[in-house]
Design a protein around this ligand. Sequence first.
Ligand code: AMP
Ligand code: MG
Length: 351
Amino acid sequence: MSKKKLALFSVIIANITIILSACSNNNTSQEFDEMTTFAMDTIMSFTLETSELYDTQEVFINVENQIRQFENLFSWRIENSDIYSINNSQAMDYASVSDDTIEILEIANIMSEETDGAFSVTISPLVDLWGFGDEEKVPQYEDIENVLEFIDWRGVYIDNENNSVALAQDNMSLDLGAIAKGFVAEKITDYLQDIGVENGHFSLGGNISTIGLKNDGSRWKIAIQNPLDANNHLGIIEASDVFIVTSGGYQRYFVEDGITYHHILDCSTGYPSDSGLLSVTIICNDGTVADVLSTAFFVMGLDKSLEYLQNNDYVEVIFVTEDGEVVATSGADEIFDFNGEDNEFSYRVVD
Ligand code: AMP
Ligand code: MG
């Protein structure tokens, strides 16, 4: 997380990945209030239109409280969180959990199956071994081999009737790092729409939700960062009422003996994925799916992801490859203005 952040036009900084343009000078009566906080290990920022229907300051407090409640369920670090309880139970010992935890783990299992295990919340022992979020180091090969048998989404058993979850083996444990922020973004968007928010946007560490329009009637602008240079971007998405999430190796990494190791791991090898991609941006009307697929596609690589998209047309994607190509699906192309030529990236649209 050491990349330098920059401001573009009159922008607020959404995260190191994506830069979201804030409301520009207004010629209408609409006004927007802003709030920034730190939760779930990341910076979160909110911009909401003011309205007679609600008090934005009160809404910000409610939103923050809800996020902290989710964090208290989903963080493996927080003692007595649902995930902590599951991780610290014996094999096949069912831990009682909340409805939200059942829901997120059910989605996780479905998405693991759909992505052929490229995404798996059972990644935790590997994340631990690599020390991500803690003291990062390249593990011994034998240690990686030893934990690979515990990375298996099929070993997450969900008992819907009793709201409880068990893991198949003692050494298995869960890490919701690739899905939790997307799930929370989805829930917060539902809440905001329920109370009557018509225009605004927020970013939970790069999991962006756009609601309605800017005050001049145009769509929200989100810049796609150049993964090779935090000081410039490869183009701008103009979005309304969608979630936009980017995963990239540049977002968290360490260097050892001149080699860069990033935080998105390949469940089949135990090493940082090496699929030829620098970043994947998902545009989707489901926040949870957007978060999962950005991580999964990053692991799967361009060809496998495009195969997946043949049967699933509910997401639009912008891939940035190590070969210097920006590849957009046709739906993404319609709302994306590529400007990466100056940085020697080429652009291609796929059906
Ligand atoms: P994201 O930033 O959404 O791509 O998620 C990355 C985070 O998810 C990492 O920091 C790990 O905690 C976790 N993670 C890494 N690799 C995987 C994977 N293959 N499947 C699921 N979660 C992963
Ligand atoms: Mg993700």
